[in-house]
Design a protein around this ligand. Sequence first.
Ligand code: ATP
Ligand code: MG
Length: 423
Amino acid sequence: MRVIAKDAHQIDPKSVHSSAVSIVSQLKKAGFDAYVVGGAVRDLMLGGHPKDFDVATNATPEQVRGIFRSARIIGRRFQIVHVRQGREIIEVTTFRGHHESDDAKPTTSKQSDKGLLLRDNVYGTLEEDAARRDLTVNAMYYDPDTESVLDQMNGADDIAARLVRIIGDPATRYREDPVRMLRVVRFSAKLQFDIETQTEYAIETCAPLLGEIPAARLFDESLKLFMAGYARSTFLLLLHHKLFQYLFPEPTPLIETQERYKALVSLAMSSTDKRVRDNRPVTPAFLLAAILWPAAQDRSNALIRQGDAPTQAMNSAGQQVAAAACLHTAIPKRFSIPMREIWELQPKLERRQPKRVKELLANRRFRAAYDLLLLREQSGEKLDGTGAFWTEQQTLFPELVGSAPVKDDKPARNRRPRRRRNP
Ligand code: ATP
Ligand code: MG
């Protein structure tokens, strides 16, 4: 195996999180092997600041739990251990092994007839673990003691060449876990790396396999794709590889409006990216409202043609479009409800009824609804100066904007995003 000595890579040991270093050292003291692994090593090699640190070890989840009082075993399909150190949670995973091995029992490993990995709890060596990871650049192991990097899959070469390359035979790896295609695109957009030819080529034939992924996992993955500050470039790349349609199949509007649709979603994504860069709060509800807007609008127009009043039409359309979208990407209620509220405000903003102005300004979704309205105009919808009208109203009554009391809102609990791990 290739070992990159400390003076041959860029990792500054001070950038490695002390909690991760401490967990590695405690595992070693107990007689196990342990390394910092995955995205953290990749980002450190690139001179960046990893957002989280993962540890890989040859200790089993039970053994890890025996060492750390704060450890909790998570997951079934792919067991991992969360070890809490102060406010940090470090994910500790046990080296994964080959599924074909003799000791692979049905309780630890399971594969569907199409090759999809249903369970992945066969443990193995570091070498086997590296081969089971998704990308070469995600399969490097850093030893905080020697400061060297173990690079079984030549990830360092791909970092230097700026290439996203899947480990092993691309089609087989996509069949095992089709979400890897989304990960390839995500890292290509985030790192601004090209996709290696074979890695890219297999996506075309394997893309339909994404239809078999549970909607809840696709939602989790969508958050990673679109809420991390690289939404726009990720979106364009997903469109290019015809993967976006597996996340959101509904809004495939007529060909002639497709460019407008692309523009609308790109603009929404750019604005989300900018907010992430500026450390301002972002909600998936706004992005989802933009992504599914054409579907909601088409549906609402159809209902209006059948005689519904605009407000009622948008209300029913919102319900139907959200329900249909959830079959593919399971949007939790805490996002689909505000998404629908943003839609329901659109016809009301378009009407500009003088006696409703203050009430609409005060609506707690006004800002988001107004932002969507502006994006609709910017992407080419003709709304007869509605945006400018509401821009002016806000300057007239700035204190009113979003001032209405929040109804029925439970106090925001301290929700940590769930981290779901996959084979
Ligand atoms: P991020 O910066 O988004 O956290 P990451 O590389 O750390 O990137 P995670 O989703 O946190 O990504 O996963 C941690 C590591 O687990 C990856 O680096 C990769 O080695 C491995 N991994 C994650 N998902 C898969 C998968 N679907 N198939 C194979 N290996 C995976
Ligand atoms: Mg990570």
